[in-house]
Design a protein. Sequence first.
Length: 404
Amino acid sequence: MPRSPRGFSVRCVDPNKEELRMLRFWKAIVAVTALGMLILGFVGTSQAAVDTRLVYVSNTSNYPEAGKGTLVIDVEAKSDAAAEDIRSFQDAFQLDATFRSQNPSVSFSNELFPSSDYNTTEDYRSTDGRVRYVYTFNSGTMGSIGTSWTRVVTVTIEYTMTDASGSVSWYDGEPNFLVTNSANADVTGNEEPIPPELTDISLPVELAVFTAKTTQNGVMIRWVTETEVNNLGFNLLRSDEENGEYTKINAGIVRGAGTSSTRHQYAFLDQSVIEGKTYWYKLETVSVDGKKFEHGPVSVTFGLQTQGVGLPNRFELGQNYPNPFNPSTQLSYQLPEPANVKIVVLDATGRLVRTLVNGKMSAGQHTATWDGRDDSGQVLGSGVYFAKMVAGEFTQIRKMLLIR
């Protein structure tokens, strides 16, 4: 055997064994890579979850018309880890049986996922009160949900006002809450608990009378409640225009009766008024849990003083109150001078059904009451009616809503 140079040695390598060693080496590399990709895959699919919640925005009485209430709810969502581009988002909530009996109509707006980019299903099902909203990406730009609460859609519910309380809950059925991201991975999180404002939707006060009349010392505002539920008290709001900005005029809250089924009378004197100027007043009720509702408005012109008595400076037929009503309502009207006055009630077709006033009346403030019956004493059904006042050349009409 030949000798190797000093400091070196010669080793013979078996080609078969070397090939086996390299094969084992690359198998190990492949195994480690696969394990890493599997780990990364698990991390990628579990790093984010999208939660959703319902947010109470407002509940307005006598809007968009007398006898109607409008509840506004925002559906919101957020990711708990990182912003997610959303391929699909679906969920539903439910109106309870009491709410469903108020003939609600539901509309949707302010969608995060527009119909130009998403197949959209938004509807209300009256049989069980389901309010459904489903968005599935079609083409265009995907909407994104970040790590702060983001509005998905605004739901507006118009309903017929009653003396009952309604509530909203998550819908237990199809569609169930489901969110997928741009990779079509399930990133569904949790439905947050329904806020208290949506589990007891009610008007805390049933008003029988709400009037504003001019007196020697100012405008006297009177109101009468038939029932009160968790009522902390009242604020008086005033504006120079019917649809203008209203500001609070009472320094401290006018205390209410809490919860009561008996009649209570209240009064407030507004002394910061100017003769000849017309004012509009709203009554704001405040419940013990901070909910606020507005009633009205009613208007009055603070008249010139004659022998210490405030007299109106124009003819006017006030809006009936309460409105809607059952079984009776009051109409206030004012005369700046003695006049022959006729006030009648017309049905929706314009047919005369009742004459309330027909004769010579003195100057000042007056009130007429309608009990929901026609001239023959027959009880009339639910619907829209009109009060029409004629005094000389003056004519004015007010819309009324009778609910049986």
